[in-house]
Design a protein around this ligand. Structure first.
Ligand code: SF4
Length: 236
């Protein structure tokens, strides 16, 4: 299946052509393109996206969901964050159950999925080997996340999927000049940080919906649903 066109929602404000042409991280550029060339057998007829993957959803959203990075054969293939892999299946099913998405599945960029009052993104826009970006790569990519964050003016709650998402979100908000509490709270599933008193959002931690967590029962559908239900309460 052919991936997609660039999500229209971000075309103008983010200067998306700059993002999707970004080559700041040589290791990730090499990996994303190699994966797109060699492909997984199950997707041999697909044309992989093989480029940086922008966030998607409504820029008026009150909920922002931050993951880690595109999966090699998921978003790096489909061109839309969390789309086309098991992690995304788990995440979007929960967003659907809790009212933040119009459907529970996420197979490809033109599958009709629409997020409702939500925006999904990641601190690293290119697929990293073993899902492990380096510190330099995370720092290189922070300006793209910042560009998105500056557009998300109505965001009230950020759900961070995993410890890296939490740490990178923390660094991002600190760079905006918010008076962040010290010491930094520890990441945990369901852990909350209220930054509304200093003009920021609420942050809620959630285990990443990787198969490592969902297949082992470390993260269950009820657990992730509870996080998004709590986000709904905070937004209300
Ligand atoms: S990870 Fe980010 S900074 Fe690095 S090449 Fe991809 S888009 Fe550019």
């Amino acid at each position: 299946m052919r991936p997609a066109t660039i999500p229209k929602v971000l075309l103008n404000p983010l200067n998306l052509s700059d993002l999707t042409d970004c080559r700041r991280c040589p290791r990730l550029v090499s990996w994303r393109e190699e994966v797109a060339e060699t492909k997984r057998a199950a997707y041999r007829d697909d044309e992989y996206w093989g480029r940086p993957v922008p966030g998607f959803g409504s820029l008026d959203a009150e909920l922002t969901v931050v993951g880690l990075a595109p999966a090699a054969h998921g978003a790096n293939r489909t061109g839309r964050m969390f789309t086309g892999d098991r992690s995304g299946d788990f995440l979007f099913a929960s967003l659907y159950r809790t009212g933040f998405a119009n459907q529970a599945s996420s197979t490809h960029i033109d599958d009709g999925l629409v997020l409702k009052n939500a925006y999904v993104t990641s601190p690293v826009k290119c697929a990293p080997p073993d899902n492990k970006p380096t510190a330099d790569e995370k720092a290189n990519c922070r300006s793209w996340l910042m560009a998105e964050w500056e557009l998300l003016q109505r965001a009230q709650v950020i759900v961070c999927l995993g410890g890296i998402a939490f740490l990178e979100t923390w660094r991002l908000l600190a760079e905006t000049g918010l008076d962040m509490p010290r010491p930094r709270p520890r990441f945990g599933h369901g852990a909350e940080v209220d930054l509304s008193k200093v003009g920021g959002p609420w942050i809620i931690g959630c285990y990443h919906p990787s198969q490592q967590n969902t297949f082992t029962g470390r993260l269950t559908p009820d657990m992730i649903d509870d996080v998004f239900k709590r986000a709904t309460e905070l937004i209300a």
